[in-house]
Design a protein. Structure first.
Length: 348
């Protein structure tokens, strides 16, 4: 009889199933604190269940969104500061959902890496759970993929998927008209768009990620990793108060390309750039590249992360409500006849 030999294992090929199981166990408490009405079954099964009736809906329309964090991940990987990118991931999805008038209900994530680092992965997913908790959204499931040979050591990628709902007939945009006031909500920095250019501008500057930040305390890398602001609860409060006709999440394309997405044919956004001060991070980026104002406005959010088109008679009330919800509100301008976006004033 031939002697039995130990054969090759999955671990020998670079995939550690035990590490994956340990990660699931570690993140269960973080996911658990995002539970909300409607969650029936979450982590651990082949799928996740959600009861729309238990969430309070009688005639719901579902809304779905998916997104990633882009090359901002490169800075997180290179600095080891991965704790905030999970918040970015959630924000990029749920801030889009709320623009349709939808309440985010649940979220799923996809985390892919070459070799699983349980601690780093847990920090990332705990950030995702924090983003979900801040937006009233349940982290209901996800996938962790360990794929040797697909990613260099230490690299990873993220994708997020959010599902929300609204009652039939309450979808946005709706009723946008000439004379509507444009209220801008301040951003918390660059958010998660334009980072291929950000990285190029940092390279031009000659600074490293650990260098002192030129416009704030701490390191340059940490400042540029400030998470994307979540606008969900604040925006929904404004929508429910009445008078909100549209919301635009200012992502890739900046103010120039995102506001027209919510305007009917024949209407234009007229924006006064003198209505607010350009945050220092954008002034620094603009200076490093000698960038034209038009290029800034169609690449970065330039300090405004969300724009609401609201009924003029309710603009003051809604601005006060949003301020009470913790937002810095800017009266950017108004809707008028025309096309696209026109600017007065200048970024300064």
């Amino acid at each position: 009889m031939s002697e039995h030999k130990n054969g090759i294992t999955y671990s020998d090929a670079g995939v550690d199933i035990d590490a994956g199981n340990a990660l699931v166990d570690r993140i269960k408490p973080a996911a658990g604190r995002t539970a909300r009405p409607g969650v029936m079954a979450g982590l651990g099964g082949f799928g996740a269940l959600f009861d729309l009736k238990a969430a309070g809906y009688s005639d719901p329309i579902l809304v779905a969104a998916t997104d990633g964090v882009g090359t901002k991940l490169r800075i997180a990987i290179d600095t080891g500061n991965v704790d905030g990118v999970g918040i970015d991931l959630v924000a990029m999805c749920v801030n889009d959902l709320v623009c349709q008038g939808a309440e985010p209900l649940f979220f799923l994530d996809y985390f892919a890496t070459g070799k699983l680092d349980t601690d780093a992965a847990a920090r990332i997913i705990e950030g995702i759970a924090e983003g979900c908790a801040r937006s009233g959204c349940a982290l209901i499931g996800g996938e962790t993929a360990e794929m040797p040979g697909m990613y260099p050591d230490g690299d990873f990628d993220l994708a997020g998927f959010a599902v929300g709902a609204m009652e039939r007939g309450t979808d946005l945009p709706a009723g946008v008209a000439s004379g509507d006031v444009l209220l801008g909500l301040a951003s918390d920095g660059v958010h998660s768009n334009g980072y291929s250019l950000v990285r190029k501008l940092v390279e031009i500057s000659g600074l490293g990620w650990q260098a002192d930040c030129p416009w704030d305390d701490g390191s340059l890398g940490a400042a540029l990793l400030t998470p994307t602001r979540l606008y969900v609860k604040q925006a929904l409060a404004a929508v429910r108060a009445g008078g909100v006709h549209a919301l635009a999440h200012i992502t890739g394309g900046g103010l120039t390309e995102n506001i027209p997405r919510v305007l009917p044919e024949g209407l234009c956004a007229r924006i006064d750039l003198d209505s607010y001060s350009l945050p220092p991070v954008f002034g620094w980026l603009m200076g490093q590249g000698g960038m034209a104002e038009a290029e800034m406005l169609k690449t970065f959010n330039c300090g405004v992360g969300m724009v609401l088109a609201v009924e003029a008679a309710r603009a003051d009330m809604l601005a006060d409500l949003l301020t009470a919800e913790g937002e810095t509100v800017i009266r950017l301008g108004h809707v008028t006849e025309g096309q696209g976006v026109t600017y007065t004033g200048s970024l300064a």
